[in-house]
Design a protein around this ligand. Structure first.
Ligand SMILES: Nc1ncnc2c1ncn2[C@@H]1O[C@H](COP(=O)(O)OP(=O)(O)OP(=O)(O)O)[C@@H](O)[C@H]1O
Ligand SMILES: [Mg+2]
Length: 256
């Protein structure tokens, strides 16, 4: 078994990357898959959202130590609050990654893919929660991945910046990782009751075509409440619309 590695990415901030990383992982875990979430964002939102406290973080090496100080990845992994979901935690010091990597690793894009090698056979899926940028951290994520899942918020400017993101994916594919593909584009924070959301969906569908996933994630306040309790939507309210949609997404991903 070798894990399928999926980057969850968009250089735009606040478009549902972390919410999707945590809850897609939890859904796949409920479906009996073994999942590792890698929190690649110095904001550490998925670390906190999956129940890893400051005290727990202080007891093990973090993604920063694994990437830049050659700490053992096996010793750095925490069990999260969700069934079958492990997590490699992040901290704010990861914001120094680019500088450090330029200085000591020649700006290498391969640091993350080398780092996950020892654990790649331990999981069915590795989900990487990317920071909102297209910098060296995200390039490392794309080099380490089989595919990229792009989250797009259902709003008027949804598609802004998307061509730049797609270009970055193709350039990483060409230069470093021929196997890289687009897993799909996921519309998040969809509001059924606004005509505008449907207009945006149609527009995205027209431009993106086959890459647009069938599953849409509705705007659902429960999805924004669960992380403050350090649990996924399935442990917070498994019958809400947000939970149902993330379970559908997991099934869509499993069925390829
Ligand atoms: N479907 C949803 N319904 C309601 N709120 C949501 C939904 N998805 C995300 N949110 C909320 O929107 C905010 C941004 O979401 P999230 O943190 O997942 O985005 P992000 O892309 O990871 O942001 P960043 O770029 O800062 O990492 C959060 O407060 C989150 O709780
Ligand atoms: Mg995030």
């Amino acid at each position: 078994m070798s894990a399928k590695v999926i980057s969850i990415s968009n250089q735009k901030g606040g478009v549902g990357k972390t919410t999707t990383s945590m809850n897609l992982a939890a859904a796949l875990g409920i479906l009996e898959k073994k999942i590792l979430v890698i929190d690649l964002d110095p904001q550490a939102n998925s670390t906190v959202g999956l129940g890893i406290t400051r005290e727990m973080v202080s007891k093990k090496p973090t993604i920063f130590n694994v990437l830049l100080e050659k700490e053992s990845i096996k010793k750095s992994i925490h069990n999260s609050s969700s069934k079958n979901v492990d997590i490699l935690a992040s901290t704010i010091n990861l914001s120094g990654f680019d500088l450090h990597a330029q200085k000591h690793f020649d700006g290498s894009e391969k640091i993350l893919s080398d780092a996950i090698e020892p654990i790649i056979d331990d999981y069915d899926y590795i989900l990487i929660d990317c920071p909102p940028s297209l910098g060296l951290l995200v390039k490392n994520s794309f080099v380490a991945s089989d595919s990229v899942l792009v989250t797009v918020q259902s709003e008027y400017y949804a598609l802004e910046g998307l061509s730049q993101l797609i270009n970055t994916i193709w350039s990483v594919k060409k230069l470093h990782n021929r196997n890289l593909s687009i897993e799909g584009i996921l519309l998040t924070m969809f509001n059924q009751h606004y005509n505008m959301s449907q207009d945006i969906y149609n527009e995205v569908k027209r431009i993106i075509g086959k890459n647009l996933l069938n599953t849409k994630i509705p705007r659902n306040v429960k999805l924004s409440e669960a992380p403050s309790h350090g649990i996924s939507i399935f442990d917070y309210d498994s019958s809400c619309a947000g939970a149902k949609s993330y379970m559908l997404l997991a099934q869509e991903i499993l069925n390829g």
